[in-house]
Design a protein around this ligand. Sequence first.
Ligand code: HEC
Length: 156
Amino acid sequence: MKKYGVAVLGFLILGFLGMQFSAFTHEFDNPPISNEPEWPDAYTAGLARRACYDCHSNETHWPWYAYTWPMGSTIEYDVETGREVLNFSEWPSDCCSDKLVEQMAIVVNNGEMPLPYYEALHPEAQLTFAERGRLTNGLLKMMTQSGDALDKEDQE
Ligand code: HEC
């Protein structure tokens, strides 16, 4: 019985090391930038870059712990889903639905983004109350700049 326990433990340790090895050698991708949004001002762009770009752009800074398991797969999953929802590096040229910009303003204003675990690991990405206000404001400006799609949608 004891031998059996040792074998299981050995197996688990080997599995763990195997996972570490594959995480360590994993290559993360930052695809090329095809189009970026027209930010209303450099300040808004800077805030977005600071707080959102790691998960919503192709300019992700992959931290060292992304090369460990299981952190790496969690981070990669978040970046992949983040990029799918909105990607500042592959911004649609017919500028995005205003709904999306509005959604951004809402999540920023409500403090739902950046994701809390990310903020804990990246104090520099945290937005102060005032910065949240200014990023929201900048995003709303983008919304008006990109046309009146929202009004049209509302009228339909
Ligand atoms: C740690 C990675 C990460 C960071 C940093 C981050 N996001 Fe996200 N974001 C995600 C993921 C993952 C999703 C999709 C799953 C979800 O909605 O939680 C998402 C979803 C969203 C959505 C869609 C929400 C919805 O309700 O459908 C918006 C809008 C958004 N993010 C905006 C932002 C903005 C703006 C910032 C910067 C202030 C930001 N995010 C920072 C990972 C991130």
